[in-house]
Design a protein around this ligand. Structure first.
Ligand SMILES: [Fe+2]
Ligand SMILES: [Fe+2]
Length: 384
């Protein structure tokens, strides 16, 4: 699969300008690879109004949670506890698999204690609908005329998942700004982190607005769970590793995914929303590459080695089979793509193409990754 040529080439140029070439000279020497992340247990919830009665049993809850958390980097393996029902939600202890972060999440994840966190959706909540600049961008009122009820439901779920992840990205950038402050970063990075958090507020509003339109009633996020508080990065190694994973990889992939969604979107409102999101995510990717360059300059070899390990892991993920993803109903793929929903094959392949065609070539150009024939893991299949 080849990504949109124009967007891909422009993004590569922007990323390399962000992090090099002045900094590239400082980024030499290979580093050992690293494996996938371990499985772990955590608590996941879904909305369950009290009028519906008791929560689902464990077997039913697995299916419900997999629908709500279908991303390949956050697969629900099993439900380990009976439900705890409170405040209109059912919560379960689960075992999930955090395979990798290279699966095309639509923004920077908010991670606590090794797990990605998102809020539970809250029905009839208009507090996160688009306003101001998002409304002017036009991405709030899709045409529903040609859609079946089933397609509207699919699109509502798809945009709701995306909106919840964008909503979590607001918190991720808020914490990132504190990380930067705590580690003495320059004002340009701190400023860009705050601007990125506001971008994510806009993305979340667009997502909730589109989800609400397809659903036929407003939907927003409940409180974002942060049990035990939110720690800031302890050192430059931690900061750089997170920036490389979530930004250099995650947001670069996210920018390219949004560009591909936009390329397939025929609905004007959806296309406008994805246009804005793709451009913002490209700037967020630039910020990540800039941050990594600054951190390596400030922290030296230990920081550089941590970043190399991230790209080694990304390259290794290309050698593993892609995770399963649901295909749209037969004959309806184009209709759903017109509204921003991609099919399973594209969801599986696009992140891998983004890695191979943009992320790893950029890392290689900056001396942060070496392909297999030169002693690294896997060679990318194409470059700009
Ligand atoms: Fe975003
Ligand atoms: Fe982002």
């Amino acid at each position: 699969m080849l990504l949109d040529q124009s967007f891909r080439r422009t993004l590569i140029a922007r990323l390399l300008l962000s992090a090099g070439p002045s900094t590239a000279a400082a980024l030499l020497v290979a580093a050992p690879g690293c494996g996938g992340e371990p499985e772990a247990a955590d608590v996941r919830c879904f909305e369950w109004p009290e009028e519906l009665g008791a929560c689902l049993d464990r077997r039913q809850a697995v299916e419900e949670l997999r629908t709500l958390y279908p991303r390949c980097n956050d697969y629900i393996e099993s439900v380990e506890s009976d439900a705890v029902q409170r405040d209109g939600t059912c919560c379960y202890e689960v075992t999930s698999r955090h395979n990798s972060m290279y699966c095309g999440v639509p923004g920077r994840p908010f991670t606590l204690e090794g797990h990605r966190r998102t809020a539970v959706p809250r029905a009839a909540d208009p507090g996160w609908l688009a306003r101001g600049r998002e409304t002017r961008a036009g991405g709030t009122m899709p045409s529903l005329a040609e859609l079946t009820d089933e397609e509207r439901e699919t699109l509502a779920e798809s945009w709701l998942r995306s909106a919840l992840e964008e909503h979590a990205s607001v918190a991720s950038f808020a914490r990132f700004a504190l990380d930067l402050m705590a580690l003495g970063a320059p004002s340009s990075l701190v400023e860009a982190a705050h601007i990125a958090a506001l971008d994510e507020v806009g993305h979340a509003r667009l997502g909730f607005s589109l989800a609400s339109a397809y659903r036929g009633e407003p939907v927003g996020p409940a409180a974002l769970p942060m049990p035990g508080g939110v720690p800031v990065a302890a050192d430059l190694v931690s900061l750089a590793r997170a920036a490389a994973e979530e930004g250099c990889v995650g947001e670069t992939v996210a920018a390219l995914m949004a560009a591909e969604q936009r390329a397939r979107a025929g609905d004007p409102a959806v296309r406008a929303a994805l246009e804005a999101i793709a451009e913002d995510e490209a700037r967020h990717a630039e910020l990540a590459w800039l941050t990594v360059a600054w951190a390596i300059g400030a922290g030296g070899e230990p920081v550089r080695r941590a970043v190399v390990e991230v790209f080694e892991a990304a390259a290794l993920s290309l050698g593993r089979p892609p995770p399963a993803a649901a295909e749209p109903p037969r004959g309806r793929a184009a209709a759903l793509a017109a509204h921003g929903h991609l099919g399973g094959a594209e969801l599986r392949e696009l992140p891998r193409a983004a890695l191979a065609q943009v992320v790893l070539p950029c890392a290689r150009a900056l001396g942060l990754w070496t392909p297999a024939d030169a002693g690294g893991a896997v060679a990318p299949t194409a470059s700009a």
